[in-house]
Design a protein around this ligand. Sequence first.
Ligand code: 5AD
Ligand code: SF4
Length: 438
Amino acid sequence: MKIFIETYGCQMNVSDSGKIVYLFARQGYQLTDVSRDADLIVINTCSVREKPELKIFSALGRYIPLKRQRPELVIAVGGCVAQQWGERLLKRCPGLDIVFGTHQLDRLPELVDKVRISRRAVSLTGFKESPGGLEVMAAPAQGAISAMVTIMQGCNNFCSYCIVPYVRGREYSRPSAAIIEEVTILARAGIKEVMFLGQNVNSYGLQEKDEISFVELLTLVHEIPGIERIRFTTSHPKDMSETLIAAFAELPKLSPYLHLPLQAGSDDVLSRMGRGYTAAAYLEKVEKLRRAVPGIALTTDIIVGFPGETEADFAKTLEMLERVRYDQIYSFKYSIRPGTRAAKFEDLVSDEEKRERLARCQGRQDEISQEILEAQVGAVSEVLVTGPSKRGAGEFSGRTGENRIVNFPAPAAIKVGEICRVRIVAALKHSLKGEVLA
Ligand code: 5AD
Ligand code: SF4
């Protein structure tokens, strides 16, 4: 039996897809990248931005006809769009067999069996107290040195533009003991770097009685032998506590890198987004972080063209790019998510205006990103070797603690998974070139 899986959206979806593949591998399935060879096709969807339904309908339009040649083929849609549409997706797409919600990942094998026996489509999208699937641990890929570990899921913030709280449910934190056990197993399997995932990692533990805090979790994971680097995403600026900032200075394995979504530079826009901070409060946190860890690399998310965003508001977003100097930004045109508070907001920004603002934002950021890379030339960095360079030519590729990509000629003695000292000799577009120091 073969499984084909298509994944859209965030890292959590990538991690969830890994878990799905693992659940089916346990039943003897093999992963294939040829959809027409599959006995099971899973589409793991995302509904955060743009028009997710169109993508899913077009994917189903490609896959459902495969049933003509393979009547036993089972097709399942999971993730955020599945959560939102539920049963309606089955009605809209005849030939689709399974819709499973964001809390039901662990039930997928059972649903596939059920469909194979009954030949009747099923939808399972209820929310549970603890999302099923969080305790499914996918084995790391052969030779992998980094692993993603979901530590919490869901969100209680309800930013006015965002669908996540509706499709992922309320915040739930995994028991710290299970996380520590998972990281210990990963470390024994050769993993050097863990990336903690959650919609809001810095409120880890706050909702659960008697659970430890995020900083306490980081401190415990820091002790696990074999783990060299710890990263996490995503953080909410309002939850960037003094203790978490201090942890960056105190825990050397905590990489000097942070993704801190800003969304907008105007206080009016931030307030209508319901973000719970002002631009000044955000900058203050950035200053504290930089005081604690000089050279910490920051990345962010930006939304342009939120309802009511004026040219003057947008100029404040650009100003924040100058003041913070992010390594990279992920910027998006605002798009209405039906059912969210902002969906009712008036004073919409035209698509043309949004496109133009996005281009200006990205254009300026590209320059800043390049300037930051160029400023690294001459520096010596600790680089975690991740594998052969994509460009081949006997080169290795690795990442600095700041998460910058470095390619360098590979001395024979160096192995994947090692941390080595590399002098940066040139800045290319999106990456650095280095040479290993003895
Ligand atoms: N429109 C545009 N971007 C959005 N994001 C979330 N919701 C929307 C929306 N309705 C962006 C935010 C968030 C990232 C994951 O996606 O910037 O941080
Ligand atoms: Fe969405 Fe805001 Fe929650 Fe992030 S913090 S997932 S943007 S509601």
